[in-house]
Design a binder for this molecule. Structure first.
Ligand code: GLY
Length: 376
């Protein structure tokens, strides 16, 4: 058991396998080098505040980030991660997550994880308790169970209804949904959705579900942190693209795409349509640009430009998705950039933002953007 004593190992696995021994191999910087700050995607206001407070009380940056993102993973009302995440096309929630620990230069990830809501913490256990970086599918689930994580059905009633409506309205060539003999079959999609939801006595969900049908979500939470010694960590966690093909893995668990941290330079992550980010290795690209002197915002904008270039600047195609990048450098400077000035969130268009917590408290800040939605 190289590097970890038997006593440490037993201590780490005893508490349901979820509490872990302190990270070994730290190369700490010096206290007072940097003002601590935590940033995240806009859905992470609670996450950044929790992680920041933990960092201020001396908790390791990665453990603090995981404590933050687990708030969203545990929340059934957050349909982008963990419990209540939107499912794949078969109605099964599959989670992706990654973690990177700057001081020890280590990483862990899971892809297509079923039945375990704490995907980021499972990724953390992959980092600490294996000689691998990534586990997927059934292997990841078995690994999580072996470490004491609780198995549960991650499909909430709200997500099930959303999936069922999608399933019943996506095609008129299968047998899902009202048949030809029903009046609904001849109505427009939105009328059908509203009618079905009224029938199900869930009318309050109608706008949300219609929004999901129009704007296929790829909600995700990326969180990056730096402490006063200049040590950095990050995590990205997601239920991925709604209604994806079973087994689809996005950018979030891919080191160098949905997350990258280099303790000497900075960290970066992303939310949005993972397929676009995978093709430009966004996380690594942004950190390398910061290494060459780019500000976090400029590095994120450059990543957006690379996504744009993959479509030859064709806005008719680019408008069909969004990507937002987030970056934090070694000095504690941060920034974010979005392909579009606003994106569909839950039931409306909302401006591109990211969450920040530092000595001034937790708040949303504006992301830069490449294209102005209003100008289209
Ligand atoms: N960015 C999350 C995903 O595409 O899965």
């Amino acid at each position: 058991m190289s590097g970890i004593s038997r006593r440490q190992f037993v201590k780490g696995t005893a508490a349901a396998g979820i509490a872990a021994p302190a990270i070994v191999g730290l190369k700490p910087g010096h206290a007072g080098e940097v003002n601590p700050v935590v940033i995240s995607s806009a859905n992470g206001l609670r996450a950044v505040e929790t992680a920041y407070n933990k960092i201020k009380s001396g908790v390791d940056t990665l453990e603090a980030v995981i404590a933050g993102v687990s708030i969203n993973e545990d929340d059934p009302e957050d349909n982008s991660v963990g419990l209540g995440g939107l499912p794949n096309e078969d109605g099964i929630v599959e989670l992706d997550a990654s973690v990177m620990h700057g001081p020890s230069g280590r990483a862990g990830a899971v892809g297509g994880l079923r039945d375990i809501k704490s995907a980021a913490n499972v990724a953390y256990h992959v980092m600490k308790r294996t000689d691998h970086v990534m586990l997927v599918g059934e292997g990841a689930r078995k690994f999580a169970l072996a470490h004491g994580f609780k198995e549960e059905n991650l499909l909430t009633e709200k997500s099930r209804v959303a999936w069922l409506v999608w399933k019943e309205t996506m095609s008129d060539k299968d047998s899902w949904g009202p048949g030809l003999a029903t009046p609904e079959a001849e109505k427009q999609q939105e009328q059908k959705v509203r009618g079905m939801l009224d029938e199900m006595k869930r009318g309050h969900l109608a706008d949300w579900v219609i929004g999901l049908l129009r704007h296929r979500p790829a909600g995700t939470l990326n969180c990056l942190a730096i402490n006063e010694r200049g040590d950095m960590s990050g995590s990205t966690t997601t239920s991925g693209l709604a209604w994806k093909i079973a087994g689809r893995v996005g950018d979030s668990p891919l080191i160098g795409c949905g997350l990258f941290v280099d303790n000497a330079v900075g960290g970066a992550g992303s939310t949005g349509r993972g397929e676009e980010n995978i093709k430009i290795a966004g996380g690594h690209t942004i950190v390398e640009m910061m290494r060459r002197g780019a500000s976090p915002t400029d590095a994120c904008l450059e990543a957006c430009k690379r996504v744009e270039a993959n479509y030859g600047g064709n806005k008719d195609k680019l408008v069909k998705f969004n990507m937002i990048f987030y970056a934090l450098n070694k000095k504690g400077e941060h920034g974010s950039a979005s392909l579009w000035s606003s994106a569909w969130r839950i039931d409306r268009y909302a401006g591109a933002h990211y969450a920040v917590c530092d000595a001034k408290g937790a708040r949303l800040m504006n992301s830069a953007f490449l294209y102005d939605q209003q100008a289209r």
